[in-house]
Design a protein around this ligand. Structure first.
Ligand code: P6P
Length: 336
């Protein structure tokens, strides 16, 4: 059977689901940028790209050289194509304005250019997470600059989302709202090839992912739930659970898409004013769209993450996502 490349898949989607040609082009360009990022990441110490900058991003986190490089690769790849009205990134305080010399388009691209970058220097999988929204109204025809408010749409408004994972293989996981497809980078071809068609998250699981070192800082529903997981078959859940924590959301979510599981990054009392660590617009929303499209569930402990009404571009949110049976259980504990 001939291999279905990302390009062929997108063209077939255009025919079958009327995926707009400019959205197809946007996804192709993002995928091409992810190939370039994969190339840089794979150089490691040989590429002079490891280590940190002397700068901090809007999150107050020290930027890795590859954070900044990955951000630049995505901006330069996407600014000229005429598909975007603007871009927003974890690495930039304000939205990126499409330069006046380029045409604007109808979409907004949001991304975490290199998630899990603290793992880069220890050669653990990292990734790029992206989300696509429509620009509201006719913002792409405006001459004035695009403000944060154009991006502040709930996750249900996403028209596409995906991530690239830079691990033993480089893969691109993508949803256009009609299931989740997985593409593996064939470095000889230089193309992403469809290898996982219509991925489904198992309804139940015996594996959870959380940073246990924060246990004493969690609120009571999470403390109760995790203690029940740890009690195993002698406890109320009546089965033994395994634990994984890669501390790279892309890698943890990829494992859950592949074999099920529950990923948690709850609120904790270390910085009580912050709802959580993970960012809504370019981490939780795209990952939640993907997980739900694969039959999983994603909540902030109280409601679907995709229904959270954003109030700021870089806002954070608690995250519980993965196999529905466990997401519903831990969410139920928050409702008392
Ligand atoms: P911690 C990476 O920095 C990240 O944003 C996510 O990819 C990951 O799930 C989380 O933070 C890890 O956080 O507190 O365990 O280091």
């Amino acid at each position: 059977m001939s291999r279905v490349t990302l390009s062929r898949y997108l063209i077939e989607q255009t025919r079958s689901n009327n995926t707009p040609a400019d959205l197809r082009f946007l996804i192709e360009v993002v995928a091409r940028a992810c190939k370039a990022i994969s190339h840089q990441v794979s150089k490691g110490a040989l590429g002079g790209v490891l280590g940190s900058m002397e700068t901090e991003n809007v999150q107050g986190e020290v930027q890795k050289k590859l954070d900044v490089l990955s951000n630049e690769i995505l901006l330069e790849a996407n600014e000229w194509g005429g598909t975007l009205a603007g871009m927003a990134s974890e690495e930039m305080d304000k939205p990126y304005q499409i330069p006046g010399r380029y045409p604007k388009g109808a979409y907004l691209l949001l991304f975490d250019p290199l998630d899990g970058s603290s793992n880069i220097d220890v050669n653990v999988s990292v990734g790029t997470i992206f989300s696509v929204l429509r620009c509201p109204g006719n913002c792409f025809s405006q001459n004035d600059s695009l403000g944060d408010e154009a991006f502040l749409q709930p996750g249900t408004k996403q028209v596409a989302a995906g991530y690239a994972i830079y691990g033993p293989q480089t893969m691109l996981m993508l949803t256009l709202g009609d299931g989740v497809m997985g593409f593996t980078l064939d470095r000889e071809l230089g193309s992403f090839v469809l290898t996982h068609d219509n991925i489904r998250v198992p309804h139940s699981t015996a594996e959870f992912a959380i940073n246990m070192s924060n246990q004493r800082h969690w609120d009571e529903p999470v403390k109760r739930y995790v203690s029940e997981l740890l009690a195993g078959e002698e406890g109320p859940l009546g089965k033994n659970y395994n634990m994984r924590w890669i501390a790279s959301m892309v890698a943890d979510v990829h494992r859950i898409l592949t074999r099920g599981g529950l990923f948690m990054y709850p609120w904790d009392a270390r910085e009580p004013e912050k709802p959580g660590k993970l960012r809504l617009m370019y981490e939780a929303n795209p990952m939640s769209f993907i997980i739900e499209q694969a039959g999983g569930a994603a909540t902030d402990g109280k409601q679907r993450i995709l229904e959270v009404e954003p109030t700021s571009l870089h806002q954070r949110v608690p995250v519980f996502l993965g196999s529905p049976e466990e997401v519903e259980r831990v969410t139920g504990y928050h409702k008392g």
